[in-house]
Design a protein around this ligand. Sequence first.
Ligand SMILES: [Zn+2]
Ligand SMILES: [Zn+2]
Length: 381
Amino acid sequence: MLKSQDFQTLKSLRLALHQHPELSGQEKHTSETILNFLNSYSPSEVLTNLGGYGLAAIWEGSEDGPTVLIRAELDALPIQESNSFAHRSTKKDVSHKCGHDGHMAILCGLAMQFQASPLSKGRMVLLFQPAEETGQGAKAVIADEKFRNINPDFAFALHNLPKHDMGTVYCKNGSFCAASTGLKIVYQGKTAHASQPETGNNPAVAAAQLVHCLERIIETNDFTKKTLITLTHAQIGEKSFGVSAGRAETWLTLRAFEKHDFDLLLTLVTREAELIGKRYGLDVSLSHHESFEVTENDYQSVEMVKKAALNLAIRYVEMTEPNPWSEDFGCYLQNCQGAIFGLGSGHETPDLHNPDYDFPDELIEQGVRMFWQLLNDITST
Ligand SMILES: [Zn+2]
Ligand SMILES: [Zn+2]
């Protein structure tokens, strides 16, 4: 196993990543920093510019065996850090508030571990994925032709979980994270003089009806689990007392924990939005943004996560409900087996995306041990 000085090296890397965060799709410097680090640990092959600034480094065992992909995320968030510690973000309005800096450090620990004691069989692929926060990254990586060289048999990832017991592994079979999508609904009518609104078509009443019907959709239909519609933004007309509004824009985020619930929710909201627009003679346009699929763990992989935790004497908790947030890791699981698990980051750690959040470095060792055990269990059978 790695020594304490190795974990010091990983911690220094994590702090450096934290100081220099980059937004989704702009992770050029982060990707270069990781590549420089990994090059010291002799990967067999490196793929760069995967679906953006994505990076995959591959290590081959001495014999053929399964390919196991482990994923971390490169991106930070458009949030101003409120912490004053020495490693605070050097960029205004950008910071690592989801712990992706810590997840990257964990994967770098696997590169160190491989060099110290290579796997005898199979392939280890460390994937540093861009643009997770916008739901674009995993799809772009998979669509990239270079990803065909990887073709994983198994894919694993973890996410730290604030307000959960420090170092405990949390997992569940089936859906682990919610599906969600941003839905922008635009009603286009016709502007008019405010004194003669009847000569135009003001979409305000239609927009109000749309907002009003959302509650009914959530309450009256038979969803198997909780579903959620959140109004995130709305605009009707322009800031002018002289002009009757001609355009209304409503932004919603739809969320569900099961795929069939999500599909039903999307169908119902779309149908209602179109019906209302039509009733008022408006042009209706709908567009989807930042869409995330349900993240579905498979049973066998969850059993492997559980076994790895037990072997390492790490506490394991079977989750009863999926996480309410969304994650794009599920895209990899549509083509191979695998699972994402949670690693408790303690009750003192602020929630994900809070301005005072910071990844607890003590989790780096726990993450490296879990993934390394999984890699060994899978490739040795
Ligand atoms: Zn996040
Ligand atoms: Zn995250």
